[in-house]
Write a protein that binds this ligand. Structure first.
Ligand SMILES: [Zn+2]
Length: 129
């Protein structure tokens, strides 16, 4: 269990269905461009770097580093919200779980974990590597 909070189910759209189907199998996918080769986040039909429509899903390493974070201590169950820069390049907003909030630091290596949601696919979060 990555987190004890109740996480609402994510909204699955046509552009994110592949991502969530993979997440249900514990696979972390991110979109990458078949033309320029760069990965991006969030999912889009058109590459934000070169405007190509040749966007495809690739399995990501699951490795990243904390770009910035904030610990929400006033919540009933405190949690850490963060931007994590993935090894593949993109930065995503996420939560840091399974950690000592006081020990988190910018630049810290993290790895993806999937947190269960209420009646939906699991969502990617990160924990210290
Ligand atoms: Zn591109």
């Amino acid at each position: 269990m990555a987190d004890t909070r109740k996480i609402p189910a994510p909204v699955v759209t046509a552009e994110t269905r592949t991502f969530w189907d993979a997440a249900r199998k514990g696979r972390f996918m991110i979109p990458a461009c078949g033309a320029c080769g760069k990965s991006h986040w969030y999912p889009r039909a058109i590459c934000p770097f070169c405007d190509s429509g040749r966007v495809e899903w690739r399995k990501a390493s699951g490795n990243g580093a904390i770009y910035t974070f904030s610990v929400m201590r006033r919540a009933k169950e405190p949690y850490a919200i963060a931007y994590v820069t993935l090894a593949e390049g993109p930065t995503m907003m996420t939560n840091i779980v399974d950690c000592d909030f006081d020990a988190l630091r910018v630049g810290q290596p993290v790895v993806v974990v999937f947190a269960a949601t209420e009646n939906g696919p699991p969502v990617p979060m990160f924990k210290p590597a």
